[in-house]
Write a protein that binds this ligand. Structure first.
Ligand SMILES: Cc1cc2nc3c(=O)[nH]c(=O)nc-3n(C[C@H](O)[C@H](O)[C@H](O)COP(=O)(O)OP(=O)(O)OC[C@H]3O[C@@H](n4cnc5c(N)ncnc54)[C@H](O)[C@@H]3O)c2cc1C
Length: 395
């Protein structure tokens, strides 16, 4: 039985209603049937089967929040459905959810800035799970300074000729539809455009990258060598791509925070259950004050992080744009995840260090996945910088 957070008899539900609870059940069923039994094997293999996209589409996971006319479900869906999805995916997915859901960082740009024709062409196949979508912004020269991207697209008749490269791209090998940030104008944010580059475009190649975590997630470097991209694939106006880049950050940061909170909670749960069973010096580990304090400290941080995530989700849902708070929340959640993963690993001792089925696998995996959460989607340093600018901290 899943506890119904925020619901008290006779009172209006706080943040979560019946629809969110039903959706949680649905995602939990999907994750425990289609992912959990195989995730260790897929993580070792470094990939998961492509038909998982279709299975996810069948239960409505791919189309959450997208317009009905492109095959999505928007009516009755709010940010808390996304929060629930991130929390449930965290239960057992390893790198699977990063690739499986890579369309959620790419397709929103097409939905926000694309023409009717572009939306009809690019969105439905992704929502049906037939095609995979990726976002390609980061470059080998750096990802934090997105406005400094260098990949160049030069207009020639009815095409752009694209030259440059991208780095660390999730779904980079397997995607069919790449939403790519390119420079069409001068330096800085005002010279950026968004192009959709399709997999089979001549001159487009990819190389897979090996990572410390998200092992089953596909990550690649992309190369564009005189790629001829039709002007019909320009999303939004020429040199107007920056607004699209910025448009999805709030939802992405809330979703990441929700996932990180759930990972932190798993670390607490696994550490508690281990500390209850494990005996050292003739006593259960959990009876030591130092262990109890570690567990309470982990709880203190997770509870604060969860409460803040829910409050900010509610504010964004109600039309606010609390940019500084969202930036600080992302740091709060990644530092909480780091603390919880560290302390849980310490409590588990050697058992925590074992991979896969040999040990309490989730903590070991989460420990390896802390860094990508602290770096991707806006690194901790960049989040501090953004918050300090928003708060007006200068002389
Ligand atoms: C597994 C994985 C998947 C990813 N998936 C995608 C994807 O699908 N699409 C995509 O476009 N990108 C993706 N990324 C890239 C990610 O967004 C970047 O890694 C991130 O933006 C940071 O860029 P960078 O790694 O180039 O670090 P850099 O920008 O080179 O920064 C290096 C370090 O310096 C710090 N730093 C930078 N500037 C400052 C400053 N002014 N002051 C203080 N510190 C600073 C940063 O915080 C970071 O710690 C992915 C990354 C990983 C690891």
């Amino acid at each position: 039985m899943i506890p119904k957070v925020g619901v008290q008899e006779g009172k209006e539900p706080l943040f979560y209603n019946e629809s969110h609870h039903a959706w949680r059940e649905e995602v939990r069923k999907f994750v425990s049937k289609e992912i959990v039994p195989y995730v260790d094997e897929w993580e070792e293999a470094g990939e998961f089967p492509r038909d998982l996209y279709k299975k996810a589409a069948e239960v409505g996971l791919m189309g959450m929040g997208y317009d009905e006319k492109y095959g999505g479900t928007k009516e009755g869906i709010d940010i808390f459905h996304g929060i629930v999805t991130s929390e449930e995916f965290a239960q057992g997915c390893g790198g699977v959810s990063a690739s499986l859901m890579s369309h959620n960082i790419s397709i929103p740009l097409i939905q926000a800035l694309g023409t009717e024709e572009q939306k009809e062409k690019f969105i439905p196949p992704v929502i049906k799970g037939e095609k995979i979508a990726a976002l390609a912004m980061t470059e080998p020269s750096g990802g934090s300074d997105v406005a400094g991207l260098k990949t160049r697209a030069v207009r020639k008749d009815d095409h752009f000729i694209v030259n440059g490269s991208k780095m660390f791209i999730t779904s980079g090998m397997r995607a069919d539809t790449y939403v790519v940030g390119v420079r069409t104008g001068s330096e800085g944010a005002s010279g950026i455009s968004i192009l959709v580059i399709e997999k089979d475009t001549p001159g487009f190649t990819q190389t897979p990258l090996k990572k410390m975590g998200w092992l089953s997630s596909d990550t690649a470097a992309l190369y564009f060598d005189d790629c001829k991209v039709p002007i019909e694939n320009l999303i939004g106006g020429e040199n107007s791509g920056w607004i699209g880049v910025m448009s999805n950050f709030s939802q992405e940061r809330l979703g990441m925070a929700a996932g990180m909170n759930a990972y932190s909670q798993i670390c607490i749960d696994e550490a508690v259950s281990w500390a209850r069973e494990r005996k050292t010096f003739g006593n259960p580990l959990i009876n030591n004050q130092v262990i109890k304090h570690k567990l309470v400290e982990m709880n203190r941080c997770v509870r604060a992080s969860k409460a803040w995530t829910e409050l900010l989700s509610w504010r964004v849902m109600n039309g606010e744009s609390p940019i500084a708070d969202l930036a600080m929340l992302k740091v709060q959640a990644s530092k909480t995840m780091e603390l919880c993963a560290r302390e849980a690993m310490q409590i588990l001792g050697g058992a925590g260090y074992l991979r896969g089925n040999s040990g309490p696998a989730r903590v070991e995996r989460i420990y390896r996945e802390v860094r990508v959460n602290a770096i991707g989607g806006g690194s901790e340093e960049i989040m501090y910088d953004l918050a300090s600018r928003q708060l007006g901290y200068k002389a």
